[in-house]
Design a protein around this ligand. Structure first.
Ligand code: GLN
Length: 468
């Protein structure tokens, strides 16, 4: 049942928040093998449910009363644990609530638990978690995508209405595609990052998963907007007026998008079919050249690892979480705590990031990547002078097998080919479920829009439902 139908049932007194949360907890228990949650907040979720039931009875409830949300294990929720999928933060308790979660609570949403993810958001398969891999609910031999794999599966398995994840280079969009869900990555700065554990601060965004576009839109409108606690949050009101762009749309597809050798036949066919469908409905579709295509992925991996190496220096074994036992002096305490607390992928990125920031290589890598980023953003934004949207596949393949890319980090990085452009450019993008391959595995269509055009993405998602 969608959240909107459920709200009617709640006001009619046919069900209660307590019943809904109890049923979701039962769902999580019966599907524990998926490993989508690191922790279920059973007590706090049930006691909030009771409180909100009272408010509904009194008619004083907020607009999200009855909405059950899971949060990625990177978002702080006061007096609840948060670990970033890492051993280094095992047992660490949040000292405050992230702004996004606070805005949900203020409207009477219920937080059901924290979802598994790749360590600090680094990965594309959810196999880099200290708490074990997450399995795709449609085929448990396959990955759900990452890094917000647990978030995606929490919605896919039916244990919450909406999941909050984070998307730095595709971590909401790629798992949404692999799990058959809507996945929104908003414009950088649109949703406050206050209380989101940092991976790459100039790329990190909080994103959303849902089965229906309406609840995604509602939650977006609730949590987006300026926040004095995040100095990078945009000082711009959330545009909840009707979308500006209307059908027929002008849509671009990138020529090079089809050239990718790794593009799975069925993903290509589905994408082609979507193009035909849009054309038949009267929209204009044009192929455009994007000569900077080959620079996007390297730019992303140079800048994000640099930022990660700086952000993750705070985990030193002294201030938070894990501390190695039996160390001899301060230096060995740092070294052994970080060596023992971080997983392999995180260490690989700290090495890479520290290298590109080192004095002798700074200009050759970091400075050049910053310049490349500006050019990529300019060229991407220029496309929106002529087009409403740019569409592409989300990922070159459908969900791959657990372990398939585990020993090949480069193959894993290449799977982010389609998603990193929006992240490097800072623009919003949405993934819309778009059929399945012959094994029944979902395929997602990615739609990018210009800065702050989330409303257009929502109305385009609605529009696609109507043209079949
Ligand atoms: N897969 C990408 C990475 O590992 C994206 C991760 C993300 O968006 N958090 O960096």
């Amino acid at each position: 049942m969608t959240f909107f139908k459920l709200q009617n049932e709640l006001s009619a007194g046919n069900t209660s928040c307590f019943e809904i949360v109890s049923a979701f907890i039962e769902n999580i228990r019966s599907k524990q093998d998926l490993n989508s949650y690191v922790e279920v907040f059973e007590d706090s979720a049930l006691s909030r449910a009771k409180e909100i039931d009272k408010k509904i009875e009194a008619g004083t409830q907020g607009k999200l009363a009855g909405l059950v949300v899971s949060i990625k294990d990177l978002l702080c929720y006061d007096q609840h644990h948060v670990s970033g999928g890492s051993k280094i933060l095992e047992g660490f308790e949040s000292q405050f609530t992230s702004s996004a979660v606070q805005r949900l609570l203020d409207e009477d949403a219920i937080i059901i638990g924290r979802t598994n993810c790749d360590e600090f958001g680094m990965g594309s398969s959810n196999e880099n978690s200290a708490y074990g891999p997450v399995k795709n609910a449609l085929d448990t031999s396959r990955v759900p995508g990452g890094s917000s794999g647990g978030a995606a599966v929490s919605v896919q398995q039916g244990s919450c209405h909406v999941a909050i994840g984070s998307d730095t280079g595709g971590s909401v969009r790629q798992p949404a595609s692999f799990c058959g869900l809507y996945g929104l990555k908003p414009t950088y700065s649109r949703i406050s990052r206050y209380g989101l554990l940092a991976y790459a601060s100039s790329f990190d965004t909080i994103g959303l998963f849902s089965k229906d576009i309406e609840s995604c839109e509602l939650v977006y409108q609730t949590i987006a907007g300026h926040d004095p606690l995040d100095s990078t949050s945009a000082n711009k009101s959330v545009n909840i007026a009707p979308a500006e762009k209307k059908a027929p749309y002008k849509i671009a597809i990138l020529k090079n998008a089809f050239a990718d050798e790794g593009l799975q036949g069925e993903v290509k066919d589905h994408f082609q079919a979507s193009i035909e469908k849009l054309k038949n409905a009267g929209n204009t579709i044009e192929e455009v050249d994007f000569p900077l295509m080959d620079y996007i992925l390297p730019t992303y991996y140079i800048l994000t690892t640099a930022e990660a190496s700086s952000n993750l220096s705070r985990y030193d074994g002294v201030r938070y979480g894990y501390r190695a036992p039996k160390t001899k002096n301060l230096e060995s305490l740092y070294k052994m705590s970080r060596s023992g607390g971080f997983g392999d992928e995180v260490k690989r990125r700290i090495f890479l990031g520290t290298f590109v920031l080192s004095a002798s290589y700074y200009d050759a890598y970091y400075t050049r990547a910053q310049k490349a980023r500006r050019l990529i953003r300019q060229a991407t934004k220029k496309m929106f002078e002529d087009f409403d949207f740019v569409i592409s596949p989300t990922s070159a393949t459908t969900a791959f097998k657990l372990g398939e890319h585990a020993s090949d980090p480069l193959a894993m990085y290449l799977s982010d080919l389609y998603t990193v452009q929006a992240s490097v450019a800072g623009i919003p993008a949405i993934v819309i479920p778009d059929g399945q391959d012959k094994n029944g595995l979902p395929i997602g269509l990615q739609v990018m829009a210009d800065d702050f055009k989330e409303q257009d993405l929502f109305s385009f998602s609605e529009y696609l439902k109507h043209i079949g």
